[in-house]
Design a protein around this ligand. Structure first.
Ligand SMILES: Cc1cc2nc3c(=O)[nH]c(=O)nc-3n(C[C@H](O)[C@H](O)[C@H](O)COP(=O)(O)OP(=O)(O)OC[C@H]3O[C@@H](n4cnc5c(N)ncnc54)[C@H](O)[C@@H]3O)c2cc1C
Ligand code: FES
Length: 333
């Protein structure tokens, strides 16, 4: 099938989702989650037919229906179509994403509800620290987005730190039904919240709960590239609810700058025992405000976590006028 953008380029989408087809051909189609929850990939259908193989997206409103607006990450063209959408250079993928099979090689416990799933792939697909991929799991409608926790490597290992969501369809399948040796499809990489290197400013990494994975990946990149560091310091903040959620420090403590120019601090919103003495009590964005405050305008800021945390961080960013070209993140929903 051919997708023609009004007053713009055309591209072949085959039987792939419109967004995936556009990005795999290097086009700057706007998106954020690539998995049906943010709405950033909306476009207007001018002619032709399409279908939603995983069901009609719930975030499309009556207003969208009236304007014939659709979600590119969720629909497939059933005929040649013409669409109206504005492409942007900033969405052009740094690595063109592809789809490839992956075998689950190892599962490593991180906390009571976060496991690192290590997949082995034979594809040469590259990714940047902090990017995410889609996992297409058997018997789950719609692929889900998960961020890699490791660095691109020649062994073809792709690691994802994933938090179990009670009753969540993808995480229940992954935690309870996918076994070592099983194969699934990975599609990626995606995302713009990836590490931009040392740029003469301190670096602040903020991970809330399930947002640990991409921040660990970026911390690993920082460690790998440390010879290129000048005076930059790195602050890694992790937020959880109670003591059993504490994570992140073990991934950093082996790194050479740890305790010196690389610092870790946690925040717990609901501590339950004196084990939490000495740990910041409150939400993670409050910890960031307390420790970095107005210096947020002078740092490179990366963050990841659930929607409420991302909203709170966006408020902090506005409050301290952190320039948008210094802030990198992909919304988790
Ligand atoms: C960019 C990004 C990166 C992420 N990185 C991580 C990570 O590193 N670690 C982590 O633990 N989590 C991550 N998440 C969250 C993850 O993608 C899942 O939302 C989470 O694991 C819950 O999935 P679930 O199916 O178990 O839960 P559910 O509650 O069953 O589903 C969660 C979400 O999946 C979507 N969904 C549901 N049904 C469909 C369908 N039919 N078709 C398409 N989508 C559907 C909806 O948006 C829904 O809110 C990330 C999310 C995004 C957007
Ligand atoms: S990119 Fe399609 S809904 Fe988020």
């Amino acid at each position: 099938m051919k997708v023609q953008i009004k007053d713009g380029v055309g591209f072949e989408s085959g039987d792939d989702f419109v967004l995936r087809a556009a990005l795999s051909q290097g086009l700057g189609f706007p998106y954020e989650c690539a998995s049906g929850s943010c709405g950033n990939c909306r476009f207007e259908l001018l002619s032709g037919d399409l279908e939603y193989p995983n069901g009609h997206p719930t975030i499309l409103t009556d207003r969208d229906a009236k304007r014939n607006r659709h979600l590119a990450c969720q629909c497939i063209a059933k005929s040649d179509i013409e669409i109206k959408v504005r492409l942007f250079d900033e969405y052009e993928p740094i690595h063109k994403p592809s789809s490839f099979p992956a075998t689950l090689a190892e599962m490593v416990t991180v906390t009571h509800d976060i496991v690192e799933f290590r997949f082995s792939v034979s594809s040469q697909q590259a990714f940047e620290p902090g990017q995410f991929a889609l996992l297409d799991l058997p018997n789950v409608a719609g692929a889900r987005a998960y961020s890699m926790s490791n660095l691109c490597n020649s062994k073809g290992q792709w690691d994802f730190q994933i938090k179990r969501v009670p009753e969540g369809s993808a995480t229940t399948r992954l935690f309870d039904h996918v076994a070592i040796g099983d194969s699934i499809d990975i599609i990626g990489p995606y995302g713009r919240g990836y590490f931009r290197g040392f740029r003469g400013r301190d670096i602040v990494l903020v991970a809330g709960g399930s947002g640990l994975s991409p921040m660990v990946s970026i911390a690993k990149a920082i460690d790998q590239l440390k010879d290129g560091r000048n005076q930059e310091r790195v602050h890694f903040f992790y937020g959880g609810r109670s003591e059993i959620d504490l994570a992140g420090e073990s991934f950093l403590s082996e790194m050479s700058g740890f305790g010196d120019w690389l610092r870790y601090e946690a925040a717990l919103s609901n501590p339950t025992s004196d084990q939490a003495d000495g740990i910041f009590h409150g939400f993670i964005h409050e910890l960031v405000k307390d420790r970095i405050g107005s210096d947020l305008a002078n740092v490179d800021l990366y963050f990841a976590g659930p929607p409420l945390m991302a909203n709170a961080m966006e408020t902090v960013i506005r409050e301290y006028k952190a320039p948008s070209e210094h802030v990198f993140y992909d919304r988790f929903g």
